[in-house]
Design a protein around this ligand. Sequence first.
Ligand code: GRF
Length: 204
Amino acid sequence: LNLAILISGRGSNMENILKAIKKNKIPIKPVLVIANKPDAKGLDIAKKLGVKTEIVESNGLKGGNWEYDSKLVSVLEKYKVTPQNGLICLAGFMRIMSPEFIRHYKGKILNIHPAILPSFPGLHSQRQALEYGVKYSGCTVHFVDEGVDTGPIILQAVVKIKDDDTEESIAKKILKQEHKIYPKAVKLFAKGKIKIVGRKTIIS
Ligand code: GRF
């Protein structure tokens, strides 16, 4: 099984997944990290951890666009990340994937979202949670389908929101949970323990 991780920035989830794979001997090979921005901080971290990196620049091309996503597919194929033996983890990859890309890698794309879906999909979920006044929020690892943050849910983790929390403090505690559940989900996938049934997953 070959893993590619797609990032746009900091790459802390990417770093954490790469380290967990090594430490916990998760049966998957991280073959590639792709960034859509040349200055994505995570690129250096990936290199330091011995993982190949590629930049597929997206400047100007809007999300949900096959013109860009087909370039991703070419790069992924070059590194043998295929629908048969691949897993693609979106980790702070700030683009909507096109329906063509999602169909091509159906059931092989994971994403982490910083809220308890279906609450607060889209951007700035931590701010949305703060402004709504919820007492709990958290994060969700899910399969990517053709909607925005709508695919079958694999794992979720909850954090408590206190009266004096800010967008930053919420983001920080959610991120801590992201770092716990994303590697767990990768491990479940790598061990063939996740089955998609309709819009749900069953984990064995
Ligand atoms: C995370 O909060 C993730 O949930 C969201 O984007 C952020 C990425 O952070 N999709 P990092 O690049 O993994 O540090």
